[in-house]
Design a protein around this ligand. Structure first.
Ligand SMILES: CC(C)(COP(=O)(O)OP(=O)(O)OC[C@H]1O[C@@H](n2cnc3c(N)ncnc32)[C@H](O)[C@@H]1OP(=O)(O)O)[C@@H](O)C(=O)NCCC(=O)NCCS
Length: 161
């Protein structure tokens, strides 16, 4: 998933749908974020991407969860699902559900007990998507990129034998 331009296009399309506080330019925000995100993606434990020809249309991955916004110690038994982004042209097609289910399934195989994620507070579509898949909102708001409020969701994983 090292294609900067493909990631930039996906980010811009997704950021246009977010409820930013004081950010008028989704393209500028995507450009400001893309290098950092490529670096973060390369450090996840697992990622998957979906392509439609040369267009990146879906993305997600996970890592171990850490305290202090990822900078603190690892949380025992807990994973974090990161960057579930689906291009708006593919919303409602089932692609997001497929990416989500695959990621949660791989996390389960790594013997984590539970998983967390951060979703934009002002994105009812994303929140509905997660709640329909058994995620519970547990509060804990943070600011992302200084301009969007995120809220934490949590999901317990089935015990593995
Ligand atoms: C969040 C995301 C991955 C969900 O994928 P999707 O393909 O849009 O999801 P689906 O269409 O399968 O499900 C969305 C649900 O929200 C519902 N919905 C749509 N608009 C809504 C709204 N304004 N308010 C509440 N629910 C809404 C849909 O009806 C659907 O629910 P249903 O399956 O019960 O009918 C995708 O929208 C996305 O990538 N968004 C931009 C990036 C993002 O915000 N990612 C999450 C960051 S953690």
């Amino acid at each position: 998933m090292g294609d900067r331009n493909a990631l930039l296009s996906l980010l811009e399309a997704c950021y246009l749908t977010w409820n930013w506080d004081g950010v008028a330019d989704a393209r500028g925000e995507a450009e400001a974020t893309v290098t950092h995100l490529l670096d973060r993606l390369a450090r996840l434990d697992w990622t998957t991407a979906a392509w439609d020809g040369h267009q990146l249309v879906g993305l997600t991955g996970f890592s171990a969860a850490h305290l202090l916004r990822g900078r603190g110690p690892r949380v025992d038994g807990r994973a974090q699902l990161n960057y579930l982004y689906c291009h708006p042209t593919h919303w409602g097609t089932g692609l997001s559900g497929t990416l989500h289910d695959e990621c949660v399934s791989v996390i389960g195989k790594h013997r984590y007990e539970d998983v967390q994620l951060w979703a934009p507070v002002g994105n009812p579509r994303a929140r509905r998507f997660y709640e329909a898949r058994g995620w519970s909102c547990v509060g804990g708001r943070i600011r992302y990129q200084g301009s969007v409020n995120l809220v934490r969701y949590f999901k317990r994983l089935p015990a593995t034998a």
